[in-house]
Design a protein around this ligand. Structure first.
Ligand code: COA
Length: 144
């Protein structure tokens, strides 16, 4: 499926994604996946629902959802390249994601963010009602 947003195109076609752009952003500019390899990026994209944002045919943004398509979605790797920020593109991707027909009826959506809480609050995310119910097994140095 595709969506037009001003000069931008959004697509949920994994085949349209530019893995070089995604890898370059994640490995060099993200605070959460620095040093990730192209092979790991390729593998995680192949096993996720993704929305790409495109300008003049070039990829400029991404949202990736790890999901079983029935009960649960975890939002990851949300970015918009710097020249395209501040124009509502991330909000547009979030709104399409949360209303997307392939991602309905979930019991739980989750995500982690250092500072973009407002972006996700716009589509209904809140702080966990019971943080004490949540557990994690974190390996921050896994790509070093
Ligand atoms: C965060 C990011 C994806 C936002 O993209 P964008 O297209 O510029 O965002 P939008 O123009 O759609 O606006 C986002 C909305 O969320 C809000 N917001 C909250 N936290 C934010 C943050 N840390 N960065 C940007 N916007 C933020 C903005 O104020 C804006 O709301 P408003 O329109 O009511 O003012 C982009 O800044 C980015 O790629 N940052 C680097 C990667 C990153 O931090 N990703 C998120 C990881 S959780």
């Amino acid at each position: 499926m595709e969506r037009v947003f001003g000069d931008y195109h959004l697509s949920d076609d994994r085949g349209r994604l530019d893995l070089r752009v995604i890898h370059d952003f994640l490995a060099r500019q993200s605070y959460w996946a620095a040093g990730i390899s192209p092979e790991v990026v390729d593998k995680c994209v192949r096993h996720s629902f993704c929305i790409g944002a495109f300008h003049d045919g070039q990829q400029v943004g991404l949202v990736r959802v790890v999901t079983d398509y029935a009960t649960f979605g975890h939002v990851m790797d949300v970015f918009v390249l710097p020249p395209h920020r501040g124009r509502g593109l991330a909000k547009q991707m979030m709104e399409w994601m949360i209303g997307h027909p392939d991602l309905q009826g979930f019991r739980l959506w989750t995500l982690g963010t250092q500072d973009a809480h407002g972006l996700y609050a716009g589509v209904g995310f809140t702080a966990p009602a019971h943080p004490e119910y949540l557990m994690e097994r974190r390996r921050p140095d896994v790509y070093r």
